[in-house]
Design a protein around this ligand. Structure first.
Ligand code: CA
Length: 235
């Protein structure tokens, strides 16, 4: 059973290209007890939001590389449900409307009062109950722990990051722990395939997960194979 760590701070990703504002936001939010990560452009922000787990994203719209609207839309397309608060420049009403249509939860117009931003962030986090997802759990598998917030395996003092798909696969197995899950079901639910191709993708990803999680990947203890049927997480 996952062991829930209730005291972990909310983790916020700030995607903002203006160094001064990025630093000010990071400092202030850190002093409010949040754990802060930052990205200075849209591509980097998008990657981090996909590969790691955050409780909220503060996302500027005008960004180099890939703008905030595209980042927001693509994160929603990838099924990332976490609250997004967009930052817009004054007068960009079109961007605000578009941002909300593309799946942002709230927006603020620059320049803004920090106290208002803090209030909006709190409100968004309140609306998203913790524990609604596995995001704040730590899953213990013998000598290995999976930090569901950072998508990392912690084993032998090392933090081993899980790729986005490995993590999604693990989370799916965890949600269905004890059940035998077929490859077809995994391809549908984790990969989103509607027609199931003949592919070794699932087996390859299972093997990668085992390399990271298992004491002896050749004789897995946690992610076991159900002969001809699929896989089962024994946790
Ligand atoms: Ca900007």
């Amino acid at each position: 059973m996952p062991e829930v760590a209730v005291s972990m701070p909310h983790r916020i990703l700030i995607v903002e290209d203006e160094p001064g504002l990025r630093l000010t936001l990071a400092d202030r939010l850190q002093s409010e007890g949040y754990e802060i990560e930052t990205a200075a452009d849209g591509m980097h922000g998008y990657r981090r939001a996909l590969d790691e787990l955050f409780d909220l994203i503060v996302l500027d719209i005008l960004l180099p590389g890939r703008n905030g609207l595209d980042v927001c839309r693509d994160l929603r397309r990838e099924g990332i449900p976490i609250p997004i608060l967009m930052l817009t420049a004054r007068g960009q009403m079109v961007d605000k409307v578009l941002g909300l249509k593309l799946g942002a939860d709230d927006y603020m117009t620059k320049p803004f009062e920090m106290i208002e931003l803090l209030a909006r962030i709190e409100a968004l986090l309140r609306r998203t109950p913790r524990g609604a997802t596995a995001a704040d759990a730590v899953c213990v598998l013998g000598a290995a722990r999976v930090d569901m917030r950072s998508a990392e395996v912690i084993r032998g003092g090392l933090r081993i990051p899980l790729a986005a798909r490995e993590f999604q696969l693990f989370r799916y197995l965890l949600d269905h722990r004890g059940e035998v899950i077929s490859r077809e079901q995994i391809l549908k639910e984790v990969w989103g395939y509607r027609h199931i191709p003949a592919t070794r993708t699932v087996d390859v990803h299972i093997s990668w997960l085992r390399q990271k999680l298992e004491e002896d990947p050749a004789n897995p203890q946690w992610i076991v194979t159900a002969h001809r049927l699929g896989y089962r997480l024994t946790a």
